[in-house]
Design a protein around this ligand. Sequence first.
Ligand code: DGL
Length: 266
Amino acid sequence: MEQAIGVFDSGIGGLTVLKAIKKQLPHENLIYLGDTARVPYGNKSKDNIIRYSIENTQFLLKHNIKILVVACNTSTAISLNILKEKFAIPILGVIEPGARRALEVTRSGRIGIIGTEATIKSGAYVRVLKDMRKDVIVFSKACPLFVPVVEEGLTNGKIAEEIVKHYLESFNTHFIDTMILGCTHYPLLKGLIKEYFKGSVKVVDSANETAKAVKELLENNRMLNYAKSDGISKFFVTDAAERFLKIGKTILGSSMEEVQLVTVEK
Ligand code: DGL
């Protein structure tokens, strides 16, 4: 099937998921929407996060996508089930794949989760983890300043280091052996987060795991694109396209050439 895979996030973070999909499924066409006009989602109300997620999906559906990847933990936590009920195409979120991976790598069963306020408050990770393994012990923390740091492209240097320390200090007494990056922006801070724990904690992000789930779904439903050539990726944002292109290139490299500005709000 030549139809594209649709991917959305509130901003730049979902590009970490798109990159993993591109790597595992190079022949697939991809359409990415970053809702940069309304980022961050993490401190918004449930009602607004649901409305934004529906509008983003409707926009991508106009481009005739074959499946949708909600490459945003906040949208996944708050609206995945609603989107699945409302729309007929297959829809994948990022929470279950990341949680599954964390359970594969943990030895002690003591797992940390960091994410946006809305994701942590929703308890979605704790629910999914406990459903899969009852005796798991979970410590969660919202890290609201991580998203603006990433959106500003400040992922290296003193500011990011201080903010990482500020949020992760509380995990020093929890003796976790695995940390889930429960926000698609956070893999861009993965180096600093790993460094903070000095190798004592395995850091799991959902990008590769989500890409694996996408591959499985397409294979099982005979929806793969069997074209021989590399797929085409198209990028849309709801604000500040130039800025998105500049930071996006640091994540995806030269394969990102153009970003189009669109309106998705009704
Ligand atoms: N990247 C998003 C996530 O995975 C949300 C960041 C935000 O908009 O607050 O949660």
